[in-house]
Write a protein that binds this ligand. Structure first.
Ligand code: HEM
Length: 523
């Protein structure tokens, strides 16, 4: 054997040894992962999805199937209503059992009161002081302070603003109907919800429907519509999957929202707060109510002492709450109006009944908080739409302390996922779930406190703006349906498969287009 042969022999045997070592390491990792999964199943009493990979967990399956189908596949396979899975190295417990959900969202609330802390950790101040991101005593204090700003009396005070912008919306739709233009319906509703939230939050008259290029509203649109860009998306995904990556996101001051546009909003909001503090204002918008709440009790210590039930909000906290109202109240309501309109266009007999009810109950009067309460069938239509298209498709909770519910153990620090969209389309609770049928809600009690219907969440962390949203939805629909009939056009998809895997908010692949017909020609 020559020198070259020798080298070849060593190289050959080195590479086969390295290969063996690699296989062994891979096997070891797989074995350790398998052991971790077995141990987690044993500890929690909850079956785990198969095929977990080292480091990645079930991510490859989630990317391949979409998160809802991934969960459905394994829940079915394991014949279970709870499922364990790993997103990277974050353990998740998916819960679809209404009985267990009752405990998670209400009965054992003290153990599940927060959304995962990574949401808060990956959002920069002051925006992370908003109610949605807040946790523990901070959340409790802020929720207590701002809840009265959504009282029945305050909502009634906002009714005239909602009517004004609904009227604008109906005018615009009437014009479009006259010119026989088909419309991308969500664009209109987004303008309407931005107008309404600007008026109710700030007292700002932006008239986004007719004047979409005003500086403030252009800025708000940019915050919500610009998207977060590739790099930020990568950083956030990594932070979500590997919590150890969160300090990197924080170090680079990565924010979910575009910094320049956000700074514009913060400056604007702070100037308005200063103005409201120095001038007596008659306005009863959210900004004023929050500034008043801050001034109500000057005797208490600073808000940093979170377990003191004081009623003071700092300027930063007021800014964060107002921003959050935009964030939580804009897209959710616009989406719901879009899907209601889509279903009414496709189900003309339902639309006829809603129109008849408006005529019977409201007639030529202005829609108000009181008289819209009489629109029982419209309620059913809205409820059924929220069943089929819940704007928030998933809820998340972080487990505070290890707790046992029935036969299951929920370990501290793990995340509970509530797949609202899947629960709302589960045939066990909703026969023929793909069919739009407002009749399901004929008896409103049939779904009250039932944890298989949770479009606004449930328990102490339920949507704070629920009643405002319902008022906005009903008042605007009254104005619109008095003037125009919603009809399908050539571009309207006859069946809609919502997208639920691109984040928590529901969306559709292609924008929904509808036709509009003047109602005055109907008689
Ligand atoms: C149809 C419209 C809406 C739907 C379906 C909706 C749904 C939801 C859901 C599912 C949650 C999470 C609940 C949970 O985690 O248990 C939530 C939270 C919240 N929503 Fe809404 N929402 C809507 C409109 C609004 C509006 C108009 C506002 C205010 C202007 C608002 C303000 C909030 C706030 C502040 C939270 C956070 C509550 C907390 O963490 O304590 N929402 N909403």
């Amino acid at each position: 054997m020559g020198l070259g042969d020798n080298a070849f022999f060593w190289l050959n045997s080195w590479s086969s040894t390295a290969g063996m070592l690699l296989i062994f390491i891979l096997w070891l990792f797989l074995w350790l992962t398998r052991r971790e999964v077995d141990e987690a199943e044993r500890r929690t009493g909850i079956p785990a999805a198969g095929g977990a990979l080292p480091l990645l967990g079930h991510l490859p399956q989630v990317f391949k199937l979409g998160v809802d189908d991934f969960e459905k596949k394994w829940l079915r396979k394991k014949k279970s209503k709870l499922l364990l899975s790993w997103f990277g190295n974050s353990p998740m417990i998916t819960v679809t059992d209404p009985e267990v959900l009752k405990h998670v969202l209400v009965k054992e609330f003290s153990n599940f009161h927060d959304r995962p802390r990574r949401n808060y950790q990956m959002t920069q101040p002051p925006i992370n002081k908003g109610l949605f991101f807040n946790h523990g005593d901070h959340w409790k204090r802020i929720r207590t302070i701002i809840t009265p700003t959504f009282s029945t009396g305050k909502l009634k005070g906002m009714n005239p603003d909602i009517n004004r912008y609904s009227e604008n919306l109906a005018d615009k739709m009437e014009k479009l109907a006259k010119s026989k233009e088909k419309v991308e319906i969500k664009r209109l509703y987004e303008g309407f919800t931005l107008d309404t939230i600007s008026a109710t939050a700030f007292g700002l008259d932006v008239d986004c429907i007719n004047n979409p290029d005003g500086p403030f509203i252009k800025n708000m649109r940019s915050i919500f519509e610009k998207g977060i860009g590739v790099w930020r998306r990568i950083f956030f995904t990594l932070g979500n999957i590997f919590p150890t990556f969160i300090p990197v996101v924080r170090y680079f001051k990565m924010d979910y929202f575009d910094k320049d546009h956000l700074d514009f909003f913060i400056r604007h909001c702070q100037a308005m707060i200063e103005d409201r503090k120095t001038r007596v204002s008659q306005r009863k918008d959210f900004l004023q109510l929050m500034v008043d709440a801050e001034l109500e009790d000057k005797s208490t210590t600073g808000p940093e002492v979170c377990n003191v039930p004081n009623k003071r909000l700092t300027n930063d906290e007021v800014v964060a709450q107002v921003f959050m109202l935009y964030l939580a109240g804009h897209e959710t309501t616009a989406n719901t109006l879009t899907f209601v309109s889509y279903e009414l266009a496709l189900n003309q007999e339902v639309q006829d009944r809603v129109i008849q009810e408006i005529q019977d109950q409201i007639g030529e009067k202005e829609p108000t908080y009181e008289n819209t309460n009489k629109l029982k069938y419209m309620d059913q239509v809205i409820m059924e739409t929220l069943r089929m298209f819940p704007p928030l498709t998933r809820l998340y909770r972080e487990i505070q302390e290890t707790v046992t519910i029935g036969n299951y153990t929920f370990p501290k620090g793990w995340t509970v996922v509530v797949p609202v969209f899947s629960i709302h389309r589960d045939p066990e609770y909703w026969p023929d779930p793909e069919r739009f049928d407002p009749g399901r809600f004929e008896n409103p009690k049939s779904t009250q406190n039932k944890f298989f219907y949770i479009p606004f969440g449930q328990g102490p962390r339920i949507c704070l703006g629920m009643r405002l949203a319902l008022l906005e939805l009903k008042v605007s629909l009254v104005h619109v349906l008095k003037r125009v009939r919603l009809v399908p056009c050539e571009e309207t998809q006859m069946s809609l498969k919502p997208v639920t895997h691109k984040g928590t908010l529901i969306s559709v692949e292609r924008p929904i287009q509808l036709g509009l017909q003047l109602r005055q020609n109907e008689h």
